[in-house]
Design a protein around this ligand. Structure first.
Ligand SMILES: [Mn+2]
Length: 345
């Protein structure tokens, strides 16, 4: 079902009307958008007199504490946290639409009879929610929550505005990434008007790098390779690099955003070797090539501009499998140089 004004939001509105106890959750390794959309929706539901629990499969990075200060968020690796608190009537999964991305919450949710609502801006790849509100054109799940709140005429107070602002800024890399549209900029201006604080959010999100992550980036750039006159670029990080820099696979998030800043690159990929079980492959596109299709074809998921898949194989095998597909995608959608200027608005 498509989200946006109309049937999708009406359906979600009715779910809220009919229930009083909600569990909100999101994907493993929650980040700005998953936490921001959770906090905003939780605050809204509480405004409406509902009981809300937010439980994620894994904890967030410390830089997101300012969001947890707005609404308590628990995680399953914490002490004494039950995946489904008593008397929850409905589960809302935000920024996720796949069983394998909710980690240890998956078996519990599968077993429960609880109705599930999914609100997500990634292409759905399986039947995860009983009600699925999916908009791959949206910059972020937080933008979708903003649209729902505006559609329903709800009050967006300064705390909700702050949470949504954080989600949008995180997922768009501070409005720089291709998923940020003109309408996204208008929306964040409205959130500032409603009380979000730009400096608090950007400082927390964009000035919180650890030295270890910077060291990982430095090492990763040493593995940068290019193909098709530099239009395709990729980085393959062997597992020893994570061990030597004291980082995890998750710390490699954001490396592809650096590659997108290179002028001629159209699509790029990051291969992260996990010491135990395989290779995490993530893709980014500047917008002309749908990398979401590649990921979905391989059993992964994502959006046209950002997608990923986990392959249970070696780093070399992953490259051999993916790189020809990327080259095919590039050649199928070549844009004549003469029309490139017109595509940039
Ligand atoms: Mn997101």
């Amino acid at each position: 079902m498509d989200a946006g004004p109309g049937r999708g939001w009406q359906c979600f509105h009715e779910v809220i009307e009919r229930h009083t106890r909600f569990l909100l959750t999101s994907h493993i390794f929650p980040e700005g958008d998953s936490l921001g959309s959770e906090v905003a929706l939780a605050l809204h539901l509480r405004q409406r007199g509902k009981t809300v629990h937010v439980v994620n499969p894994t904890p967030p990075r410390p830089c997101f504490q300012f969001l947890l200060d707005l609404f308590p968020i628990h995680h399953l690796t914490g002490n004494g946290i039950r995946p489904i608190p008593d008397e929850v009537e409905v589960v809302v999964a935000l920024d996720v639409g796949r069983w394998d991305y909710i980690g240890s919450l998956a078996p519990v949710l599968r077993e429960s009879e609880l109705p599930r609502v999914v609100i997500d801006h990634h292409h759905p790849s399986e039947d995860f929610g009983h009600v699925a509100l999916v908009d791959p054109q949206a910059s972020s799940t937080s933008e979708m929550i903003y649209e729902f709140l505006r559609w329903s005429g709800a009050r967006i107070d300064p705390q909700i505005a702050q949470a949504l602002y954080a989600g949008v800024m995180f997922d768009t890399g501070g409005l720089r990434l291709p998923q940020a549209r003109n309408s996204t900029v208008v929306m964040v201006a409205d959130l500032i008007r409603r009380g979000a604080d730009h400096r608090t959010v950007t400082q927390a999100i964009f000035e919180s790098e650890s030295y270890a992550r910077m060291e990982l980036l430095r090492r990763a750039l040493g593995y940068l390779k290019r193909e098709r006159n530099g239009r395709i670029a990729w980085i393959s990080i062997p597992d020893c690099v994570f061990a030597e820099t004291g980082t995890t696979l998750q710390d490699g998030d954001g490396i592809l955003d650096h590659l997108l800043s290179i002028r001629e690159i159209d699509v790029c990929a990051l291969f992260r070797e996990s010491s135990s079980d395989g290779v995490r492959v993530t893709f980014r596109s500047k917008g002309r090539h749908d990398v979401g299709m590649i990921a979905a074809h391989l059993g992964g998921g994502g959006r046209p501009n950002a997608a990923g898949v986990f392959l249970p194989c070696t780093l070399e095998e992953a490259e051999q499998r993916i790189l020809p597909v990327l080259c095919d995608l590039y050649e199928a959608v070549q844009v004549p140089v003469s029309s490139e200027a017109g595509l940039r608005d």
